[in-house]
Design a protein around this ligand. Sequence first.
Ligand SMILES: C[S@@+](CC[C@H](N)C(=O)[O-])C[C@H]1O[C@@H](n2cnc3c(N)ncnc32)[C@H](O)[C@@H]1O
Length: 215
Amino acid sequence: MNHKTDQLPHSGPCERNKQAIFDILAPLLGNACRLLEIGSGTGQHAVWMAKQAPHITWQPSEIEDNLAALKLRLDVEAPGNVRAAIIIDVAEECWSDHNPDILFTCNTFHIMSEQHVEAFWQHAGTLLKTDALVIVYGPFKYANEFTTPSNARFDIWLKQRDPASGLRDFEWVNELADKNHFICIADHAMPTNNQCIIWRKSSTKTQRKPLTIDG
Ligand SMILES: C[S@@+](CC[C@H](N)C(=O)[O-])C[C@H]1O[C@@H](n2cnc3c(N)ncnc32)[C@H](O)[C@@H]1O
C-alpha cells in the first residue's frame, strides 16, 4: 500500500524534539556506528535522524502490535541507512542478535511498566559491549520529586490510563544501570521538561566506594 506522507501516523512531539535530541546524539555517532532504537513509534526520529547521519546504520524496532504502523513511514520515507524494522518487546527473553554501539530510546520509560524498564537494562547489560552507549530521552523525577507541576499532572494522566505507567525516578533508573555495568556520563535538561541521559558500559561492575562512618 502506498501512503502519502501526510497520511502517515504522526507525532507532534517528535517533530518538535528531533533537532534538540539530534544535537546531543550527533557528536556521539562515530563512523560506521550501529544504533538500535527501542520503541520507534511513528518512525519520525529514525527517518529524520538517519538522514542527518548517513554514515551510521539505524535499526528501528517496535512491539509486534505497533510494527505495522512503524513500517508505513519507513516504507515511504526511510533512507538507505535505516534497516527494516524488527519486533522488539523489552519484556521478551531474546531481542535479536544485534550488537549496537548505541541503544537509543525516546519517551518509552514512562510508558513501560517498572518490570519492563528493568528488563530493558538487563538486555542492555547483556547485549552491549564495553564503551557502548545507552541514550534515554523523556521526562524523569529526581529524588522522587517531579521537576515541574506539568510533569506531575502528566504522571496522574498516565496512571489513569495505565496504572503500571508513570514517570521514573532518575535514581532508580541509575541504580538499574549500575547493576548492569553502566555509568551515567551526562544528563542534559531538554525543552518541555524532558531529559536526555547518557550511560556508558563499563568494562567491569562499577566499583562503589565502601561506606565509611566517621567518628
Ligand atoms: C510514547 S511512544 C514513543 C514513540 C517514539 N519513540 C517517540 O518518541 O515518538 C512509546 C513507545 O514505547 C513502545 N513500547 C511500550 N512498551 C514497550 C515494550 N515493552 N518494549 C518495547 N517498546 C515498548 C510503544 O510501542 C510506543 O511506540
